[in-house]
Design a protein around this ligand. Sequence first.
Ligand code: C2E
Ligand code: CA
Ligand code: CA
Length: 495
Amino acid sequence: KRQPFRSEYELVTFQGKRKWVLEIGQGVYDDQGEVEALEGIIFDISDRKDLEDHLVFLNEHDKLTGLYNREYLEEILKKEAGIRDGRKRALIGINLSMVEVLAANYGFQYAQNLINGAAKALSSHCADNCMLFQTYANRFVYYLKDYGDINELVAFSESLAETLEALFVTDRISGGIGILEIGEAEADLDADAILRRLLIASERSIAVSHKDFGITAYNNQLEAMVNREGAIRHALSAAAGKERGHELFLQYQPILDVQKGSVAGFEALARLRTDNLGLVMPMEFTPVAEKTKLVLPLGESVFIQAFAFLGKLGELGYDTLSVSVNVSAIQLLHPDFADGLIRMMGRMAVNPSNVLIEITESIFTSDYAAANRSIEKLRKTGIRVCIDDFGTGYSSLSRQKELHVDCLKIDKHFIDQLIGADPGRAITSDIISMAHKLGYFVVAEGVEHESQLSRLKEYGCDRIQGYLLARPLDEGDALAFIARQNESRPDEGNH
Ligand code: C2E
Ligand code: CA
Ligand code: CA
């Protein structure tokens, strides 16, 4: 065809050096049109090749540890997706926890040195059929092929755990190991889905194992958990969009004023109900909501319903009763939270002094200067603020002073200790008297037994809440409860 040619190839020079060259040339033809010779030029392109190799290396490796990176693993998984050649393939993922905390406390370099150490130690476990990747600062993944069976993967994981435990003997680093076999069922999943499952397994290890490096193989049960979480996420977004068959509603649990002997108000507790899932409790759906942006519209819906309930109480003449609403840190830290709530109270003609909000101690791990600004704004209107689950989290009573609140809700854990022959008298009564000295009123939650109530009364606790008084009630039952209470105590009622 008489076309010029162009090709790149590697050669070995007379001195034995390897070089990459680019050859461009064309034929020289005789009168008959036959090729007589080739003429052209050969360039030494070794430098360009080096640079290209380097760029490929950078694209495929973590800059700091030199290990293959996530992009490269994804590329391989993408290339091999859908392949059913009978070869066994699996991923083993390792998550180091605490690394971020250490980085925050001791600096980036300190944390990076630990990660480099882990990268080096883990590299020694690589083999021809086993590649190591670093998929995130504190996450490593092995890609294994042609192994025997799951037992071999578990044994391999155990040897990884030993290596890491020996390495981190003096550091407070622990982690989780997850195993995912890429079998028939997984062959068509995309890289993202595969790596997410692997992460679920390794995070599960961190959550449930008591060892420094626990091991979890991904299985159908984890799969079911993940699916359920997906279903709940879907249900929450449908409920937020007021779709039929999905509902976020409130139950109300009465709170008793111990000294007066009358109901002081209710705590609003959210429930999710859908045609498919039935009733879902907040323990299960709030973490899902908080992982998504849904926590904001759902939180708003909770306030709207709680305020509507306050309206009904007011109409019935119970205008001194309060409603307590749980607010998550994400809501509280939203810049428009306080102003939005104030506007809503105006719109719905709510008296702020009938409103309490409950926040948890986890606020202390976030930006609590910002939390305080929100809280201050709300308290100026007359809203009262409670620290929920007091005693379970990060706070101490001295730190509590830094947050400006009105009330502590002592966690059920301390109330449980009031049962039996050797009640944990000291700590529970100390919390109550310290709280009083600091100017807070105290609510005890999870009160189930008469004996707990009488001890709490003795310690001067202000309010109690728990199954002893009533379980969380549907709105109609809550209104009936308060009416009954007032019938039996006519002269102390609210009207
Ligand atoms: P919480 O604020 O500590 O609420 C008290 C929980 O203890 C409620 O569980 C209540 O039903 C339960 N409880 C009350 N009395 C007793 C008792 O005597 N014994 C026992 N064993 N349990 C009792 P629930 O309703 O499942 O709520 C769980 C958590 O979900 C709440 O804990 C709260 O942190 C969160 N939550 C509930 N509603 C909302 C909401 O609207 N927004 C937000 N952000 N969180 C909510
Ligand atoms: Ca609460
Ligand atoms: Ca609580």
